[in-house]
Design a protein around this ligand. Structure first.
Ligand code: HDE
Length: 748
């Protein structure tokens, strides 16, 4: 029998699982091969193995498996060859009849190269096309075996390798990172009982309740079909037309119009499983569960004007941030917490836990931290890993099961289906990034791009010719939770699904003043891009059911009178359990990273106080922040006794890209900076976006020249004497942003 007791599972002490010997999974005891493999399984001669065929896989081994080391290629010191391994003599010119003569059809080298190139693109994901990913591990804090048999939670300290992809939803593959959008947060756990994909988002709810509406939603938000605009934006007629006709989207719209939809970094956003799932333990007992990822670096966002400017200055802003943090050894980390409750609890809630437009407020069911996720390695190859990775909401393992959430039901179907056309056939699970670390043995065969060399004559079950292998593992395998089913076959929704506003109001009530202001601004902006007035009116009528002040401000911002509230589906709404949940505000999630990895610009020019700049840069680096010297151009700048090397310029790195700015002392240098409109613009953007700013000594002149009001400076605007200020700057920077200076419209 299989030894499946929790403690006996192989540990994945770290991602080195993927390398070398450690890659030869499965581990002893995880698969029982026929007593004498050569009798049943082999038809090949075992003696003719050569370098190409390799040794036959060991008993029970998965031939495709072997981790990523199997497919890594390095060209160091190697000559060029064709795809057939033929050495190339000349990679510069095609084969011609005479130097000025026609190219020849027999030039198989040119033809192979061009043919391959012609097919180098695959279809992009219909949603979540734009994304970035990294490898890492999940580490359990403690055993959850009382709740679930899922092996990543088997015992304290257990590590499971993961690959995590973050994404935007609406934009195409080359679109900007900082669009207002939901972010995907997809985690593939390579567990020792197969792959578990927790394919979540950075927002805990969704626009729709039933998979039937997903194609409509996506068609509405994507560029409009007649002219292909706008790219990566929901601010257009078709999106607002659809959602304003779908009041169930109200709660999600509140999140999508909040700063959650413009994260500062992939490293600084939460993740959610969204649906209610099931934990099932070894005894077959089940609890309902919601998954939450919380970033150690805190949950932080951009402001809209900043997001817009970043999208021009660096469309790869989030991709670069993730990549650079991992390269620098600043490994992004999240804590996984679960909300666990019973079916009986769920029945008592005023909302339905099968409705993905609802959260389970933390006041009702507290969060229980259960482990941490660390991303510590960038992919070797963007296409082979980040692009070819295939997440799938249907990939669960023993211990995890679905609920009857009708949105989830559609997802269980969709993901495999979409990969078949995106990745070109049914064998995408064999791609190295998708292959499980657990062994794969079944009778599924053939198809496009098949890699496994299945041995033996048996490809069916039951069989006697293969000794009955591979065999069913019964209770040791995935056993669905036996949920009773009753009812007529019909199309429709349960009663509680008809309440659409309570939690939208809860979200609104739980935001601080500046967060509410940003939500109003976002509705105003998005609806101002809508060209059909009736759609604006309909949306505002929907918002009246959320909050009168919100609706009033949005109407005012659009210059329209307040319309009547949209009729509600339910005459009397169920009383919500809570009307205020502090955990829903970004301000409740500062994180523990302080200023680490925050990007600070020190503006420099010839004539600034070079020694002062160096000592500030040192103080920042000591605290873990990243100091960048931003000059009128890149390269060395003479500042008298010291020479500064500007690694960025006001031309290539404008103010929106930095978390804070320092203007050093040195009147001559500061005057030179003041003559450059880009330096002034740099400061104005920093001010407008609520960033931490410090002017040392004569640096104050530049702030004045930028027309930044200095009469009542807020905590994030520091004017200090030469040689001081580093500590004050760092503690202001740790606050992330200073929204108290915001006005509408912006004063600067
Ligand atoms: Fe997805 N979704 N989705 N989705 N989804 C895809 O799968 C789909 C939904 C999510 O980084 C597609 O491989 C349906 C909710 C993420 O590769 C596709 C429905 C949530 C990613 C698909 C939903 C998600 C996807 C497109 C409604 C949060 C990116 C390419 C019934 C819980 C994964 C692909 C990656 C991708 C279908 C709704 C998360 C078409 C039918 C809700 C993070 O299969």
């Amino acid at each position: 029998a299989l030894d499946q007791t929790a403690g006996a599972f192989p540990h994945n002490p770290d991602k080195a699982q993927e390398y070398g010997d450690a890659a030869s999974c499965p581990h002893a005891g995880h698969h029982q091969a026929p007593a004498d493999a050569s009798v049943h399984a082999s038809t090949l001669s075992e003696t003719n193995a050569n370098e190409k065929t390799g040794a036959p896989p060991g008993a029970g081994e998965n031939a495709v498996q072997g981790g990523l080391s199997r497919v890594r290629a390095d060209d160091d010191g190697q000559p060029l060859s064709t795809n057939q391994g033929v050495p190339l003599a000349d990679n510069q010119s095609s084969l011609k009849a005479g130097l000025r003569g026609p190219a020849l059809l027999k030039d198989f080298i040119l033809r192979e190269k061009i043919t391959h190139f012609d097919h180098e693109r695959i279809p992009e994901r219909i949603v979540h096309a734009r994304g970035s990913a990294a490898h890492g591990y999940f580490e359990a804090y403690e055993s959850l075996s009382d709740l679930t048999a899922a092996t990543p939670f088997a015992e304290a300290g257990k590590r499971t390798p993961v690959f995590v992809r973050f994404s935007t939803v609406a934009g195409e593959r080359g679109s900007k990172d900082t669009a207002r959008d939901v972010r995907g947060f997809a985690v593939k756990f390579y567990t020792d009982q197969g792959n578990w994909d927790l394919v979540g988002n950075n927002i805990p709810v969704f626009f729709i309740q039933d998979a039937m509406k997903f194609p409509d939603l996506v068609h509405a938000v994507k560029p409009e079909p007649h002219h292909g605009m706008p790219q990566a934006a929901s601010a257009h007629d078709t999106f607002w037309d659809f959602v304003s006709l779908m009041p169930e989207s109200t709660h999600m719209l509140m999140w999508a119009m909040s700063d959650r939809a413009i994260p500062r970094s992939y490293r600084m956003m939460q993740g959610f499983g969204v649906h209610t799932f099931r934990f099932v333990n070894a005894q077959g007992e089940s609890r309902l569960v919601k998954f939450h990822w919380s970033p150690v670096a805190g949950t932080h966002s951009l402001v809209w004007d900043e997001a817009v400017k970043i999208s021009g200055a660096d469309p790869d802003f989030h991709r670069r941030d993730l990549w650079e943090a991992i390269e620098a050894g600043e490994y992004p980390e999240w804590e996984l917490a679960v909300q666990v409750f019973t079916d009986e609890d769920a029945e008592r809630f005023s909302f339905d836990v099968l409705d993905a437009t609802k959260i389970v407020p933390e006041e009702l069911v507290p969060l229980r931290p259960v482990g941490r996720l660390v991303l510590d390695r960038n992919p070797d190859n963007f296409f082979a890993e980040t692009e070819q990775v295939a997440f799938c909401a249907a990939h669960v393992i023993p211990g995890i099961d679905f609920t009857d959430d009708p949105l989830l039901a559609g997802r269980i179907h969709s993901y495999v289906d979409t990969q078949i056309s995106r990745l070109g056939g049914p064998n995408f699970h064999e791609l190295p990034i998708n292959a499980p670390l657990a062994p794969v043995h079944n009778n599924q065969r053939d198809g496009m791009h098949r890699q496994t060399l299945n041995r033996g004559r048996v490809a069916y079950e039951p069989n006697s010719l293969g000794g009955g292998c591979p065999f069913q593992s019964g209770k040791m395998g995935f056993v669905p939770f036996p949920e009773p089913v009753a009812g007529d076959t019909l199309r429709g929704k349960p009663e509680k699904f008809a309440e659409h506003y309570n939690q939208a109001t809860l979200f609104w009530n739980s935001q601080t003043e500046f967060e509410q202001r940003h939500i109003v601004d976002a509705f105003r902006f998005e609806l101002s891009k809508v060209t059909v007035p009736a759609i604006r009116v309909r949306t505002v009528s929907m918002l009246r059911n959320v909050d009168e002040a919100l609706a009033g401000k949005v109407a005012k911002g659009l210059g329209i009178p307040l319309p009547d509230p949209m009729p509600r589906a339910l005459e009397t709404s169920p009383e919500p359990e809570t009307t205020h949940s502090p955990a829903l505000s970004l301000t409740a999630r500062p994180g523990k990273a302080g200023v680490r990895t925050r990007q600070v610009a020190i503006l420099v020019h010839e004539g600034v106080d070079g020694a002062g700049v160096q000592s500030l840069a040192k103080a920042l680096a000591k605290a873990g922040a990243i100091a960048r010297l931003v000059g009128p151009r890149v390269g060395p700048l003479d500042t008298g006794k010291t020479r500064l090397d500007a690694d960025a310029s006001v031309e290539n790195s404008p103010g929106a890209l930095f978390d804070g700015v320092i203007v050093p002392d040195g009147q001559i240098g500061v005057d030179r900076l003041a003559a450059d409109g880009r330096a002034l613009e740099f400061l104005r953007d920093q001010y407008r976006h609520g960033k931490t700013m410090m002017a040392v000594g004569a640096g104050r002149t530049l702030v004045e020249r930028a027309d930044i009001p200095l009469a009542n400076p807020d905590d994030g605007l520091l004017l200090v004497d030469a040689g001081s200020g580093a500590d004050a700057f760092l503690s202001a920077l740790a606050r992330h942003r200073h929204p108290e200076r915001e006005t509408d419209p912006p004063a600067v």
